[in-house]
Design a binder for this molecule. Structure first.
Ligand SMILES: [Zn+2]
Length: 337
């Protein structure tokens, strides 16, 4: 059993540093550093000897948010000038929901299995979205088939809708949609656009039955919000109690790098340096979010290559690559020893 006492010092220092101030809508907040002071304190105070699968020294967690199966608005806009006919076909295909250019979950999973891991896909199954011409893919038979197939290998989780993250009934309904589709239970969640209200959202997600959330990261840049590189149990300072859920910190998101104009080559060197100097020493979790559409989007080739370079590096250099649920299980085993 997990002993929350281990987390007390950890969380107290988090509150002192104002870590609870994260609210949704705060999109100006950015970071361009891997800061992990809090987890280093935690590591030293608790003298934990971490044991990871394959005797790895650090963990890469691979997650994909599935926002788009049909052509994205960004891609349609991109082709408007270059190839108006294609742009038009894509637009029609999005409206009709029959041009599945990003139905690539199986492809992604197969390529990843070469490195011996199975990722987490967070599925957006909400009825409405903030973007116009939203087409819900979860009712599409071809998409359902592929999701069901992939669920035999990969972990499936919920990508809570833009307007659903603050509504318990909707969260429960969306969770049920995926569980019916894959004929099994799901355990992990990430909110679309990283929408979150601390501590309310944790309480809702916990009530809906999730074991872990992995929403808290930066929408611009990269790094560890709250300077923590391990999963942690959140504390509800309003009700003065621990919340029954794990937060797996989100470290690097593809679109947040693009938004901050971070060069992929430069970033790769940065990640490598961080792994060599700190992640290996303290057994850090590095959670990656690469969207399924971005991995196949001609506009962002260098950013999809960046993803595979990080994977390749970790695979060859004492890392282990896990999905969200495996990462949480690994952590739980470590702190309950
Ligand atoms: Zn999303």
């Amino acid at each position: 059993m997990l002993n929350p006492i281990n987390y007390v010092h950890f969380y107290e220092s988090l509150l002192e540093r104002g870590g609870e101030k994260y609210v949704y809508g705060n999109r100006e907040d950015s970071s361009t550093k891997f800061e992990i002071n809090l987890s280093v304190d935690f590591y030293k105070q608790n003298k934990i000897g971490l044991k990871y699968p394959r005797n790895a020294k650090y963990i890469i967690v691979v997650t994909h948010d599935v926002d788009n199966i049909y052509p994205s608005l960004g891609l349609i806009k991109y082709y408007m000038k270059r190839n108006p006919f294609k742009a038009f076909r894509y637009l029609l295909g999005r409206i009709r929901g029959n041009k599945r250019i990003f139905l690539n979950l199986k492809d992604i999973t197969e390529r990843e299995s070469i490195y011996g891991f199975h990722p987490t896909f967070f599925l957006l199954v909400s009825d409405e979205d903030v973007l116009p011409l939203y087409k819900n893919y979860y009712r599409d038979e071809a998409v359902r088939e592929e999701i069901y197939l992939v669920s035999k290998y990969a972990e499936l989780g919920l990508h809570t809708g833009y307007y659903s993250f603050n509504n318990l009934q909707r969260i429960i309904e969306e969770k049920k949609r995926i569980e019916e589709l894959i004929r099994g239970k799901i355990y992990g969640v990430r909110n679309h656009y990283l929408n979150f209200i601390i501590p309310r959202t944790w309480n809702l997600l916990s009530k809906a039955g999730f074991i872990y959330d992995t929403t808290l990261g930066f929408t611009k840049g990269f790094g560890y919000r709250n300077n923590m590189c391990y999963p942690y149990i959140p504390f509800d300072y309003e009700q003065n109690k621990w919340i029954n859920i794990f937060e797996l910190p989100l470290t690097v998101m593809d679109r947040a790098l693009i938004k901050a104009n971070i060069d992929p080559d430069m970033f790769f060197d940065k990640v490598k340096k961080f792994i060599e100097s700190e992640a290996m020493k303290y057994g850090c979790f590095i959670t990656l979010l690469w969207h399924n559409d971005l991995l196949y989007d001609p506009r962002f080739k260098k950013y999809s290559e960046l993803f595979w370079r990080i994977i390749e590096y970790a695979y060859r250099n004492e890392g282990v690559i896990l999905n969200g649920l495996e990462a949480i299980n690994t952590w739980t085993r470590n702190i309950s020893r």
